[in-house]
Design a protein around this ligand. Structure first.
Ligand code: KG4
Ligand code: ZN
Length: 337
């Protein structure tokens, strides 16, 4: 069946057509309109501007997704939309469009948890992947470890107690003058620096927990940068990028490894925007090989927010019979509706 997947939780308006069937997981189209250029001016996502940009883009993006897939609305089997978590105004644009489309064309409507969507991107890139597995979701808004028992049942067993890893990358990227959002640029710059040059604190909390905290390393990096500026000393940006990335990647890898040992899971799925980070991918590959654990990652193009991942997650909600109706609302929170 063809599923339309819609995503508008943050600063990307996206729609995709994905064909899902027993043994078939095929992306027919995946159109992503990024608002990055608009928000770059402010150094971060401005919620009100994001909502307005979604409104302007949403209709065109949905029809472009259908055109690119070579199908019409009548060929769809269901409409899936991100309903939580995210920016409430931004989410409501996608939710209201999806509700209207589904109601007017009498199509089944499915509400999708954005985090489940990120994990479902791995199903598209790894056709044989199936639960149970451990999922590590690392994005601009989340850093969490889940036991994924089935396509629709997730249990959070660890994660950040404050900022997300993506937020921590973006913040320091911005302060050292990298283009917004700093994550991808910091990833590249880190190759040119010395990872041992600056001793930043580890974001990994004690051995008794699978939790992390990124506020300490963020403050420590800011203090370092301010201190250097006050002394009039020049900053080696590549060393900052390398040392900062090293600690973040090491801490996430340590907690993922501890979670694998604790749960006995034999497959790890890495998902979310920060899953595009090449240092993190390499570190997890090594750790998984050492533990004889299979590592499944979405291809880099499917790591960021996109409609295809929402369609894939929506398919499994559809199979469970988890349908929404015109009373569907959006929610900013993780715990949903
Ligand atoms: O999943 P996503 O598109 O949006 C959220 O749901 O948050 O993730 C966006 C985050 C941003 O913080 C961005 O800087 C980060 O993913 N990111 C990266 C890389 N590419 C994107 N962080 C580190 N290294 C990268 N290569
Ligand atoms: Zn996301």
């Amino acid at each position: 069946m063809f599923i339309l997947g819609m995503e508008s939780s943050c600063d990307e308006t996206s729609a995709a057509v994905v064909e899902m069937e027993n043994g078939v997981r095929q992306i027919r189209s995946n159109i992503v309109a990024s608002q990055i250029e608009t928000h770059r001016l402010y150094g971060g996502v401005v919620p009100e501007i994001a909502s307005r940009a979604h409104i302007e883009a949403v209709s065109g993006i949905v029809y472009e997704a259908l055109d690119t897939a070579g199908i019409g609305v009548k060929d769809l089997g269901a409409v899936a939309v991100t309903a939580f978590p995210g920016l409430i105004g931004a989410l409501l644009v996608g939710v209201n469009f999806a509700k209207s489309l589904a109601y007017s064309r009498k199509l089944p409507l499915v509400a999708v948890n954005h985090i489940h969507g990120h994990v479902a991107a791995a199903y598209l890139s790894n056709p044989d992947l199936e639960p149970p597995f451990l999922a590590l979701v690392v994005s601009g808004g989340h850093t969490s470890i889940y036991r994924v028992e089935s396509y629709t049942d997730f249990m959070e067993i660890g994660g950040t107690r404050d900022d997300a890893a993506g937020e921590a990358f973006d913040k320091i990227g911005r302060v050292i003058g990298l283009p917004y959002p700093g994550g991808a640029a910091l990833d590249k710059l880190a190759y040119e620096g010395d990872a041992r040059a600056i001793a930043f604190p580890s974001p990994a909390l004690g051995k008794e927990t699978l939790d992390l905290s990124f506020s300490g390393i963020k403050t420590s990096a800011l203090n370092y940068l301010n201190g250097m500026a006050q002394k009039g000393e020049e900053i080696n940006r590549a060393d900052v990028a390398a040392s900062y990335t090293y600690q973040i990647v090491r801490a996430i890898t340590q907690k993922a490894e501890a979670a694998l040992v604790q749960t006995g899971m034999k497959t790890l799925v890495l998902a979310g925007g920060v899953a595009a980070n090449t240092h993190l991918r390499a570190s997890l590959e090594k750790m998984c090989a050492r533990n004889r654990v299979a590592l499944a990652m979405p291809e880099r193009a499917l790591c960021g927010d996109n409609g295809a991942m929402i369609a894939a997650a929506g398919y499994f909600e559809y199979l469970r019979g988890n349908f929404a109706d015109t009373s569907l609302n959006a929610s900013a929170n993780d715990d949903g509706l």
